[in-house]
Ligand binder design. Structure first.
Ligand SMILES: [Zn+2]
Length: 210
């Protein structure tokens, strides 16, 4: 279990999904939550970075990540969840500032995560209920919380969430650039982009799905 967390924590940093000191990760085993300590760097974790705390009370929380209350509330509301990754994926955070949900426009994104909810605050009462219906959610301007049965699944959904967001952002840039440069007939992507760009102009930045 710890080896998986260390491996995927490093991947989050390498893939640009999380920055150096952000985020926290936990695993639940029976009535114990193993969560990263306050200030731990997810890209360079060791066994000493995991703090065992109680599932049902905060008596051992002293050295744990400040987000332990949210992790605990999520586990209590979702008994099937055994793993949580909270991190700061930049493109997803950027999109979250102007929308209340992210809808993928790429095929893989639609398959894995048809809708990613965005909530206004990291409220321990709100997020657990949302994560009982969705595999991942974004706290507006803050970061993602993903839950699952193991770290492979949770890392996958976190990675796909950021990929979905990156594709939306790149697509917006392509649409705007296409309109500005008015490429010649037969130019790369011109046929689809013109219609998409018109839609973007009509709907404005609130329509995040593009
Ligand atoms: Zn955070």
């Amino acid at each position: 279990m710890f080896n998986d967390i260390i491996k995927f924590g490093r991947e989050l940093l390498i893939q640009g999904i999380n920055n150096s000191h952000s985020g926290n990760v936990s695993a639940r085993r029976n009535n114990t939550i193993y969560i990263t300590r306050h200030g731990a760097r997810l890209g360079d974790l060791s066994y000493q970075d995991f703090v065992p705390v109680n599932l049902k009370d905060d008596k051992k929380d002293k050295d744990a990540s400040v987000e332990i209350k949210v992790h605990r509330a999520i586990y209590l509301a979702n008994p099937e969840a055994s793993a949580i990754i909270h991190c700061h994926p930049p493109h997803a955070i950027a999109l979250s500032l102007t929308c209340d949900r992210i809808i993928p426009i790429d095929m893989e994104g639609k398959y894995y995560l048809p809708e990613i909810p965005v909530i206004d605050e990291c409220v321990a009462e709100t997020l657990p209920q949302i994560l009982s219906k969705h595999k991942i959610a974004i706290v507006k301007g803050h970061g993602s919380f993903a839950i699952g049965k193991n770290f492979e699944e949770v890392y996958l959904n976190t990675s796909v969430c950021e990929s979905i967001s990156k594709i939306i952002v790149i697509n917006k840039i392509v649409q705007m650039t296409t309109r500005l440069n008015d490429p010649p007939a037969g130019g790369v992507g011109q046929t689809n982009n013109s219609a998409a760009a018109d839609k973007f102009v009509q709907t404005g930045p609130e329509e995040i799905s593009g």
